[in-house]
Design a protein around this ligand. Structure first.
Ligand code: AMP
Length: 289
């Protein structure tokens, strides 16, 4: 595996891959890799000849400075994991290489970023779509692989790719979970043992909603109330948001008649966690965007 730090070098290498007739897949990450990230690499491996993973803790998408400062950084360990999964190129730039003096462009996707995390993290998605647009220009991929765990992000990126005619196949990968159901996240390391236990109530709550819909319940407000009550009762967790949305528009639905995703965010002992579950519709999350 080759490690590249400079955008100009990465772009030249990606161009060479394309000229040689090889397809390129990119997996953008912020590092501190877990099996969820590695699953994205495995999917990328199946989809393209050359797999590029990127590690970049993107300061402009953090709306909380302490979250950015405390974000775990373990480049050597991550590089070893990526190499073992058959990654061809690791692109790991410094902040200054991505955002040199005078950088003043932002990419903003409206509408699908209004609710959920978009409503609670001002500027977050603008930071995400800006860096992903830049990473796409630098790595020139045919395919880009993202996790459904950050499903609003996946939808925002699909929308950006469609609207700006980027011609990239955006692939979503189902959330990889710990054996007890907790969604894998780089932030789980910040959870104390007791908070980790409490955090399981989030997945159980979403799973309850999924089963209620399977059993015939259709009323969004009923499902939301039940899940909110269960999570509060089981773990004393107050949710930041809990919505049932149409995954293509990220707009609230009143009834679960078409495609619907229940999504939540919660602060558990100072750590912000997100999770979601598809309630109806068999397509991958956001695939119709
Ligand atoms: P991050 O490093 O947290 O920015 O995540 C990088 C990519 O990994 C994003 O596309 C995430 O959606 C994806 N990802 C993070 N956690 C998981 C997970 N548990 N399962 C699948 N994909 C994930």
């Amino acid at each position: 595996m080759d490690t590249i730090a400079l955008p100009s070098e990465m772009r030249a290498r990606a161009e060479a891959e394309r000229m040689a007739g090889r397809t390129v897949a990119v997996v953008p990450t912020m590092g501190y890799l877990h099996d969820g990230h590695l699953e994205l690499v495995r999917v990328a491996r199946e989809r393209a000849d050359t797999v590029v993973a990127t590690i970049f803790v993107n300061r402009i998408q953090f709306n909380d400075a302490s979250d950015f400062d405390g974000y775990p950084r373990t480049l050597e360990r991550d590089a070893a994991l990526l190499e073992r999964e058959g990654t061809d190129i690791l692109f790991a730039p410094e902040h200054e290489a991505m955002y040199p003096e005078g950088f003043c462009t932002r990419v903003e996707v409206d509408g699908v970023t209004d609710l959920l995390c978009g409503a609670h993290r001002p500027g977050h998605f603008r930071g995400v779509t800006t860096v992903v647009a830049k990473l796409f220009h630098v790595t020139r991929p045919h395919v880009a692989v993202f996790g459904e765990k950050d499903f609003q992000q996946l939808v925002a990126i699909r929308t950006m790719v469609r609207d700006l005619d980027m011609g990239i196949d955006v692939v979503g990968v189902p959330t990889v979970r710990e054996p007890d159901g907790l969604a894998m996240s780089s932030r789980n390391v910040h959870l104390s043992a007791a908070d980790r236990e409490r955090a399981l109530a989030l997945h159980r709550g979403l799973d309850h909603a999924r089963k209620r819909v399977e059993g015939g319940e259709r009323e969004a407000s009923t499902l939301i109330q039940e899940v909110r009550d269960r999570i509060r009762r089981e773990a004393e967790i107050e949710l930041e948001y809990l919505n049932i949305v149409d995954p293509n528009r990220i707009a609230d639905v009143e009834r679960v008649d078409g495609p619907a995703v229940m999504a939540l965010a919660a602060h558990v002992g100072g750590t912000r966690l997100i999770d979601n579950v598809r309630l109806a519709g068999s397509d991958p999350v956001g695939a119709d965007t």
